[in-house]
Design a protein around this ligand. Sequence first.
Ligand code: CDP
Ligand code: CDP
Length: 209
Amino acid sequence: MIIAVDGPAASGKGTIARALARHYGLPHLDTGLLYRAVAANVARLDLDGSIEADAIAACDFDDALLDDPILRSDAIGSLASVISAHPLVRASLLQRQRRFANQPGGAVLDGRDIGTVIAPEADAKLFIRATPNIRAKRRHAELRAAGSTISIDRVLADIRARDLRDSTRSTAPLVPAKDSALLDTSFLSIEASVQRAIAIVEARREMTR
Ligand code: CDP
Ligand code: CDP
């Protein structure tokens, strides 16, 4: 069973994807981390992420980087959104994600283009949403807890800029797959969001049985 979970920043997709993976005993891949790793490499090598050749030069990263807390910063999230608009960057990360999705037994992946590009054949597709203000509040709390002094206004501005860039790029934009189920977590607790997500997956499984 392949489960695709897409949505904008801090919508709750990672939390939901991890909970689904636990519930169904499947491996999970946070694909945003791959783009964040390329972005961190761009910064480390002092390259210009808006130039495709520079971003490509940073695509070959060490997997140990995926565990580096630097990847969680707001600045790296924004830079990831810049480098991820380059078609060759997306192409360089495609096979790794497809292989993960198609491993025996299945997998849960979360990102922006899982249901549309990485695993269009997924058995269940969820598109997670929440209002920009609520997402900014959630992300701000996380960044603060990690020691950042960033303001909530800045987090909201960055989230809006990222939403716009991610949803208007020409390659693999952030759009719900036609056959995805929409789940708005704005006014749902984590527990309630996860229960809804499981109910959606169960309904999809029933349909294909
Ligand atoms: O956790 P959050 O939603 O804030 O971000 P993320 O999932 O770590 O993704 C960071 C950036 O990587 C996004 O803003 C996208 O531009 C890009 N990304 C993408 O283009 N495609 C994916 N499948 C995952 C992330
Ligand atoms: O992966 P994505 O960036 O979409 O979001 P996340 O990392 O799953 O969630 C962002 C923050 O919102 C986390 O601190 C979650 O605990 C929190 N969250 C929440 O407060 N209520 C929900 N219904 C879902 C997530």
